[in-house]
Design a protein around this ligand. Structure first.
Ligand code: AMP
Length: 586
């Protein structure tokens, strides 16, 4: 029997989900029809000659596959205040800024009520399944969530990150209440523009209601790790605030001071308990269950570029289950994690066939596919045709194409997914990596995932020394002849020269792509270079992105920094403590 939460009926949500996923093909047809009917008046669709047809074949025949770049002029027109139906039938009232960390610069994408609704549907669906596995009681959630700058476009539309657009909505507030996920911190903390002050207050509010906290959350796992790394530095100040009932002078924003001060009373007993728990921990192992004894799990996106933070997260969470959250983007949601018991490494996302129309470009063998992509214009090679949601094959990889209620039609999201199986007739996806190649000098092709695996392998050599890689990124240095890969590492403490040299060799050998190995052997690519950067470098990168309007909630460390991203490259290069070249392939 499912736990019934007031205002939320998990059985019903699951029943509806089962019905939708049993008839995925029909639901997809109907969803496409609705999208095209609702938006038929949009200039973009009008120009494509659909002539009112809403079936998948006509749609595919008339509407081209696009990237964000193709839609930019339309989105810009909307942002500039053109009130005509441009991409959607009804006017777009707000714009979302994607985090920009994956692409280098933020992209503008339309946000509307339908996107808000699908966000709530995803939240409710995954909660229904999560709550069946680990029912939570009445209480609160320790959420590390942050809004970002909000500004008005030339045409007066609200522009901010997608998460902020969601947090601002009434639907979000209602849903959080229904699924018992209300944040411990007052709104002023979430909406402050100083994320350092917000983070301190999230921790403080979480400690004040430590008995009530049912789970710990952030959108992307990076924010949880970041929060607890900060906790290690500020815990004594937090205890002091709780003991005295006076908020630290580091909180200077009047609205946060006043909202948080209202929650704070002198509580020496709680301060003593927290203090003694903290001093008894060894290297902060298990700090989350120790301080939040009623927490049932830790929740957030832990897949893709978040995987490198898993080991630290496990360290802080000890035996508390880690549950990976859903799959989506500023452009639209894709799937919910309905198997919360799966470890994050094998988390899958079941597509909700009613929230958008989904297509998939089959990818052949990984290296081959990317080579083809690069040469397509030269030899006139055509990519395989996208296939429908129910036509995908288990075990194969695809690029995701979405058509949304918010005006994106056959939009290449840029993500590669693998089909892990089916739930009824709708596929379950595993996130593989962003499609763009990140490291290439010659005929070599390495993706974000390849880099992640190489770093994982090499960092095992550091673990023996009790040193961790706190964060990493890469760069292709073509200023040398031949060009070479540069990997930047920020470490938790110093490591011996000899160990770093072994790590560097290991990184070089861990790129097993045939193009790389072959080029290294014939010296068409130079020895890999490992640059160790000083402590706080990746924090500076985060601050740089936040200053551009990104929200900490959506932050993803860029895993490759190109020459065009000169500010980040400058931060990295000005922080190098030492540089080591690989001796592999000598
Ligand atoms: P944003 O630019 O903040 O909208 O980020 C969207 C991107 O984040 C997606 O296109 C994915 O590359 C990544 N992402 C979102 N959800 C997940 C997930 N559950 N697992 C892995 N990557 C994800």
């Amino acid at each position: 029997m499912l736990e019934k939460v007031k205002g939320f009926n998990g059985d019903r949500v699951i029943e509806e989900f089962e019905a939708l996923t049993k008839e995925a093909e029909r639901v997809q047809r109907e969803t496409l029809q609705r999208i095209l009917e609702e938006n038929g008046a949009a200039e973009y669709l009008q120009n494509l000659g659909l002539g009112g047809k809403t079936d998948p074949d006509s749609f595919k025949a008339c509407v081209p596959l696009v990237t964000h770049k193709d839609l930019e002029p339309y989105i810009q027109k909307i942002a500039d205040g053109d009130a005509l139906p441009i991409l959607t039938g009804r006017p777009i009232k707000s714009i979302s800024l994607s985090s920009g960390t994956t692409q280098g610069k933020p992209k503008l994408v339309p946000f509307n009520e339908e996107l808000e609704q699908s966000t709530m549907e995803i939240y409710r669906t995954s909660f229904a399944f999560r709550n069946r596995a680990h029912p939570i009681g009445n209480g609160k959630a320790l959420q590390f969530i942050y809004s970002s700058k909000q500004f008005r476009t030339k045409g007066g539309l609200l522009a901010t990150t997608a998460t902020t657009n969601v947090y601002l909505s009434q639907a979000y507030k209602n849903t959080m209440k229904d699924i018992q996920s209300q944040c411990c911190s007052p709104e002023e903390v979430i909406f402050s523009l100083d994320y350092n002050q917000s983070l301190y207050c999230h921790l403080l509010c979480g400690l004040i209601c430590s008995e009530e906290v049912q789970f710990v959350f952030s959108t992307f796992a990076h924010s949880i790790v970041h929060a607890f790394r900060t906790f290690e530095l500020v815990w004594e100040d937090l205890c002091c605030d709780i003991r005295e009932g006076v908020l630290s002078s580091r909180i200077t924003i009047p609205s946060i001071r006043s909202a948080v001060s209202k929650l704070l009373r002198p509580n020496p007993q709680l301060a003593d308990t927290i203090y003694s728990k903290c001093v008894s921990l060894s290297s902060w192992y298990g700090v989350i269950p120790e301080l939040w004894p009623n927490a049932k799990y830790v929740y957030g996106i832990m897949t893709g570029s978040m995987e490198p933070y898993l080991s630290k997260l496990r360290h802080y969470a000890a035996n508390l289950p880690l549950m990976s959250a859903d799959y989506g983007s500023s452009e639209g949601w894709i799937g919910a994690n309905i198997d919360p018991e799966e470890p994050p490494e094998s988390a899958t996302f079941t597509i909700l066939p009613n929230i958008g129309y989904f297509e998939f470009i089959p990818l052949k063998e990984r290296g081959q596919e990317q080579k083809v992509e690069n040469c397509a214009s030269i030899i006139g090679h055509r990519e395989p045709e996208p296939i429908g949601l129910t036509e995908v094959n288990v075990g194969e990889e695809y690029e995701v194409i979405i058509t949304t209620f918010a005006g994106l039609y056959r939009y290449r999201l840029g993500d590669v997914v693998k089909i892990a199986g089916f739930h009824n007739s709708t596929p379950k996806l595993q996130f593989v990596h962003r499609r763009n190649l990140i490291l290439t000098v010659n005929i070599d092709k390495n993706t974000e995932k390849d880099l992640q695996l190489a770093v994982e392998e090499a960092s095992k050599l550091l673990a023996v020394e009790k040193v961790e890689v706190l964060d990493f990124t890469s760069h292709v240095d073509m200023s040398t002849d031949p060009g070479h890969y540069v990997i930047f590492w920020e470490l938790s403490s110093n490591a011996r020269e000899e160990v770093l040299s072994n790590c560097c060799d290991c990184l070089d050998r861990a790129f097993i792509d045939a193009g790389y190995v072959g080029s290294r052997k014939v010296r068409a690519i130079g020895p890999l270079e490992l640059r160790i950067v000083n402590s706080g470098t990746f924090h500076k990168i985060l601050e740089h992105y936040v200053s551009l309007g990104a929200a900490l909630s959506q932050f993803k460390t860029p895993r490759c920094v190109g020459l065009s991203n000169c500010s980040v490259l400058q931060i990295l290069n000005s922080s190098v403590l030492k540089s080591i070249f690989s001796n592999a392939y000598c």
